[in-house]
Design a protein around this ligand. Structure first.
Ligand SMILES: *[C@@H]1O[C@H](CO)[C@@H](O)[C@H](O)[C@H]1NC(C)=O
Ligand SMILES: *[C@@H]1O[C@H](CO)[C@@H](O)[C@H](O)[C@H]1NC(C)=O
Ligand SMILES: *[C@@H]1O[C@H](CO)[C@@H](O)[C@H](O)[C@H]1NC(C)=O
Ligand SMILES: *[C@@H]1O[C@H](CO)[C@@H](O)[C@H](O)[C@H]1NC(C)=O
Length: 393
């Protein structure tokens, strides 16, 4: 008994140590060997690319997918696999491989070196044609809803760009991006034409515009695959550094505001039952608190004044954050305090925490402790994102 009390005392005085390592939100899973994606590589093989350039591209493509990634679908029981399609283009596009052709990394390795280093005789280069072909490869790969839960990425190597008339690639690029396809571009710049590099980059998804001069190009493209593979199921919102900014860095965390009111304890169960490994939202820091609040403000089913339960509660002498069932709760740190004035109130029955807009004229919310069985409010659930660590059906 005495030992236990000493231990508690130690725990209390170690809060300073804890404060140096505050809990943080989960990063996106980044294990290349567990990627699950459909990727179409689109390569300009016009004269401007040069024979040497095409050989470099072949070597790079093989390297990008060489991180232990499972290529194809046939040989694996694990569903985390990558299908790779290949399109070349100049004044027209050729589908060199649909999404089902390559069935292993070796197969990809050998085929890419056979297919790619063949320069076309054309010096014309219509990215629009390459993009259209990539779009049809992706849609053929989706027949009968095949792998409709997999994200799609188009990776383009382009030496030149034009946007006149029917050859403007931007409408196709916009259509693909708005239907959820990510686009990464590598401007293969042999001549130092900055205008061309910029124009090619402009059809890319935010942050996915690269050039062949980037020192860390393989890692950048692998990073684009990891980011594309990190997403939330429909009706869930991905936590990002900044709310409403498309290219803002993602966390491996998904959020869902729930408009149907419940007391804190049943709301907690609601989150756990809504989705596998779900739990009530954590607000480890002000950035997350502000993001969640912006999400709520943008949700018309949440009226003012804003009130919603969060996954913080008083358990055995301290405040703790919710986690997936089976994981230890995370101790709350005072540093991150976002309590409303006068809170937390000392009370043996008010052990649950909600966000409350304290002053109706001020658009902000702070924490208040309340009874966990009697105060029905809206709430917010959280779950890890779908990514290389987590396969989502
Ligand atoms: C798609 O479904 C149709 C009808 O159910 C079937 O005839 C066809 O073989 C399927 N195609 C593929 C590629 O599975
Ligand atoms: C990518 O786009 C950003 C934003 O438009 C720009 O600042 C950056 O220079 C571009 N990078 C390359 C390599 O073109
Ligand atoms: C805000 O809500 C609108 C309407 O539901 C939605 O279209 C939009 O995507 C939301 N904004 C963000 C950044 O989630
Ligand atoms: C916690 O608060 C202390 C004292 O205000 C400060 O020195 C320290 O940097 C804070 N730690 C974090 C992680 O914010």
């Amino acid at each position: 008994m005495l030992l236990f009390a000493t231990w508690l005392l130690l725990l209390a005085t170690s809060s300073e140590i804890l404060a140096q390592n505050p809990p943080t939100d989960r990063s996106c899973g980044n294990d290349l060997s567990n990627l699950w994606l459909d990727v179409v590589v689109v390569v300009d093989n016009s004269i401007g690319m040069t024979q040497a350039g095409l050989t470099e591209v072949a070597a790079q493509i093989v390297t990008i997918f060489g991180g232990g990634t499972r290529i194809g679908t046939i040989a694996y029981s694990d569903k985390r696999t990558v299908r790779v399609g290949l399109v070349t283009y100049n004044n027209q596009a050729t589908v060199q491989a649909d999404l089902n052709r390559f069935q292993s990394a070796d197969d990809l390795f050998n085929s890419v070196f056979q297919i790619l280093p063949k320069l076309s005789a054309s010096d014309e280069v219509y990215l629009a044609k390459g993009l259209d072909a990539a779009e049809s490869v992706l849609s053929a790969g989706r027949k009968n809803a095949t792998r409709s839960n997999y994200k799609q990425l188009v990776l383009i190597y382009a030496s030149d760009y034009r946007d006149d008339g029917e050859e403007d690639p931007r409408p196709t690029a916009e259509r693909m991006k708005s239907s959820g396809v990510s686009i990464a571009t590598v401007a293969f710049d042999q001549t130092g034409n900055e205008g061309v590099v910029k124009a090619i980059g402009e059809i890319a998804s935010p942050g996915f515009n690269f050039t062949n001069e980037d020192a860390d190009l393989v890692r950048e493209i692998q990073g684009a695959m990891i980011k594309t593979n990190c997403f939330c199921s429909s009706l869930w919102h991905q936590y990002r550094k900044e709310f409403g900014v498309d290219g803002s860095p993602k966390y491996g965390v998904c959020l869902k505001p729930v408009a149907l009111t419940a007391a804190w304890a049943p709301a907690k169960l609601g989150c756990q039952n809504m989705i596998k490994s779900g739990y009530m939202v954590t607000e480890f820091d002000k950035q997350k608190h502000d993001f969640v609040f912006k999400l709520i403000q943008n949700d018309t089913s949440f009226p003012e004044p804003y009130v919603y339960h969060i996954g913080l509660s008083y358990v055995n002498g301290g405040y703790f954050w919710q986690q997936p069932v089976g994981h230890a709760l995370v101790p709350f740190q005072l540093n991150d305090s976002l309590w409303n004035p006068g809170f937390p109130q000392q009370s043996s029955s008010n052990t649950a925490v909600l966000n409350q807009q304290a002053i109706a004229t001020e658009i902000s919310v702070g924490w208040q402790n309340t009874n966990q069985y009697t105060v029905p409010e809206r709430y917010v659930c959280e779950v890890a994102s779908c990514d290389t660590d987590t396969y989502c059906e």
